[in-house]
Design a protein around this ligand. Structure first.
Ligand code: GRG
Length: 293
């Protein structure tokens, strides 16, 4: 299948699975489940679940990767909802719509985030119950990536860095590896685990995911500085306005673009050493590097 058709197929499968696996909006308490669906079905790019499916496709088949893909999108979306709250990044626009706390209220957005994070682990434990070793590996990988030493830790250091005039390159790398790259690396790892990758292949996927995640965040910094709000679907120019240290602020636009290319090339080199037809995954990675939103 050619790239665009394959991507469309993955996206449709992800949207259908989100609709099936997230509690219906009329589930009690209705306001909470409406808010979870409001954020989850707001038309994000679905990069992380697509990476799960595409990576699983490289290997034979150990288990259906879709529940893991949805679980990861739940964790990612929870992190966006919480990040948008007034006590964190305080943003009004996400995925081209009012943020969850603007549409509902702060408490509902907080609880909807909690609901999505917890749902991720409900999905993993329910849908991989017949393959307990895989269920345990997935739960451990997702919990590590979303935990206090990675996603939440990266967010904490990001908030702490806001109080400083200038974060160092090493501090910025810690923040981006954990706040952003951890969720991208675990997408590749989860796909590999569902596909039945060997330990060496999982290690290679993790390495590729970290480079890809760094590239993704550097591109995010470049877009924040260069794109407009309508294209991004979130407030543009916010990093500079909030005085945040970014790759653009630290290295300038051209060097930031170069660093993003270098990280993408490192990820490509790691993926090229894997078995199976890597064409789709490699094209997706190049598209992530040249994305416009
Ligand atoms: C609240 C624990 C906690 C963490 C928040 C997600 C996050 C960490 C902060 C949001 C701001 C930010 C720049 C995060 C870096 C990762 C990133 C670029 C997220 C946006 O991902 P996309 O572009 O979003 O894939 P969509 O909406 O397309 O899914």
């Amino acid at each position: 299948m050619e790239f665009a058709a394959q991507l469309q197929d993955y996206l449709e499968r992800v949207e259908r699975a989100i609709d099936e696996l997230v509690p219906p909006a009329d589930t009690r308490p209705v306001r909470l489940h409406e808010a979870m669906r409001y954020s989850l079905q707001a038309g994000g790019k679905r990069l992380r679940p697509t990476l799960v499916l595409a990576t699983a496709g490289l290997f034979g088949r150990r288990a259906n990767p879709l529940p893991a893909a949805v679980a990861l999108e739940c964790i990612h979306t929870y992190s966006l909802v919480h990040d948008d709250l007034p006590c964190m990044d305080n943003d009004d626009l996400r995925r081209g719509r009012p943020t969850a706390h603007k549409q509902f209220d702060d408490a509902t957005a907080l609880l909807a985030g909690d609901g999505m994070l917890t749902l991720a682990f409900q999905l993993l434990s329910r849908h991989y119950a017949s393959t307990p070793a895989l269920a345990t590996e997935l739960v451990r990988e997702f919990a590590d990536a979303a935990g206090s030493e990675q996603l939440i830790g990266g967010q904490m250091e990001d908030l702490l860095a806001e109080g400083k005039p200038e974060a160092t390159a090493a501090e910025l790398k810690f923040i981006h590896l954990n706040k952003t790259a951890a969720m991208i690396a675990v997408a590749l790892v989860a796909g590999g685990l569902c596909g039945g990758a060997s330990a060496a292949e999982v290690a290679r996927l993790r390495e590729a995911g970290r480079s890809l995640g760094l590239a993704f965040q550097i591109v995010d910094d470049v877009l924040d500085a260069t794109a407009d709000t309508a294209t991004l679907g979130k407030t543009a120019g916010k990093d500079a306005k909030d005085g945040k240290t970014t790759y653009v602020k630290l290295h300038g636009l051209e060097t930031a673009r170069l660093l993003a290319r270098e990280q993408t090339e490192a990820a490509v080199a790691a993926i090229q050493q894997l078995p199976g037809d890597t064409t789709f995954l490699l094209t997706l990675m190049q598209q992530m590097a040249s994305r416009k939103n």
